[in-house]
Write a protein that binds this ligand. Structure first.
Ligand code: SAM
Length: 271
């Protein structure tokens, strides 16, 4: 293999979820950079791969990136993996990729599992447009502020969330986006994989009734139900206002307010 940097996706639970190409790259790379060497060793041992590993995580990213670039410049190939899923997706690696590109090193993606994709494709929410929002802030006030901002988005929202915060987060979602369809994707690809669907309030009640909430969670918020999915009546309503002397912008604003939609949604629906 050439001195490239390979960004290799690894399983998010089920060890069978790894591509043939990922296994070949891990076998052939000179060095594997990973978050937790013990975690990655488990995967490598499972597949009988004996390769040197080095730690690359949030706390040593800056200095370690420089060392790894130097090694690739000397002709070594490096595979970057995270503890689970796709590196750089709420995981370290961005700094290394940016530095490699700046140094003229080729960066090769080896796609595979990521919780965001696994959750999205089985959630049953719209997939034509979605926004991956990473982790929500840990404090309620900040979280509500961020949720208010995301509320304006027209697509499905996908978050990573910790099990010990999920009840509070659902409470905040209920306060900000009460009627939205919510999906909790828990323990994807693992023995206790489950999808819970309902409003934030309903899911909060379901989880609160359990002795504890454990496991890894990806949380999805569906788009607002459009009371008027057909664009024609919306356009008619706007035209009626325009005929009465209201500007198009104001007409869109008024119709949006009356239908509980954002201006942007009305604008898009009438295009
Ligand atoms: N880079 C990873 C990826 O591509 O999925 C994500 C890393 S992020 C630090 C870890 C978070 O991803 C977890 O806290 C959880 O929210 C989500 N996650 C990871 N594995 C999951 C799983 N098996 N089921 C549901 N969510 C998962």
């Amino acid at each position: 293999m050439s001195k490239d940097l390979y960004i290799v996706a690894t399983p998010i639970g089920n060890l069978e979820d790894i591509t043939l190409r990922a296994l070949r790259v891990l076998r052939e790379a000179d060095l594997i950079a990973c978050e937790d060497t013990r975690q990655t060793r488990k995967l490598l041992d499972h597949y009988g791969i004996a390769k040197p590993v080095t730690s690359y995580h949030d706390h040593n990213e800056a200095e370690r990136a420089a060392e790894l670039i130097e090694r690739m410049e000397r002709g070594e190939s490096i595979a970057l993996v995270s503890d689970a899923g796709t590196p750089l997706i709420s995981d370290p690696g961005y700094r290394l990729v940016a530095a490699a590109i700046a140094a003229g090193i080729t960066v090769v993606p080896i796609p595979g599992p990521s919780a965001v994709m696994g959750a999205l494709v089985a959630a049953g929410l719209a997939t034509d447009s979605f926004r991956f929002c990473g982790f929500l802030p840990p404090k309620t006030s900040q979280r509500r502020k961020v949720l208010e901002e995301w509320k304006q988005e027209s697509g499905t929202l996908v978050f990573y969330e910790a099990p010990h915060r999920i009840l509070e987060t659902l409470e905040d979602i209920a306060a900000v986006m009460r009627t939205r369809p919510i999906v909790i994707a828990r323990e994807l690809t693992k023995l206790h994989e489950e999808f819970l669907r309902g409003t934030a309030e309903e899911l909060r009640a379901t989880l609160a009734a359990r002795p504890s909430v454990k496991g890894e969670i990806t949380l999805l918020i569906g788009k607002a139900e459009h009371p008027e999915p057909d664009a024609t009546p919306l356009e008619e309503a706007i035209r009626a206002l325009e005929a009465g002397g209201v500007s198009r912008m104001d007409a869109i604003k008024q119709v949006a307010k009356a239908r509980g939609l954002s201006k942007r949604e009305v604008y898009k629906l009438t295009l």
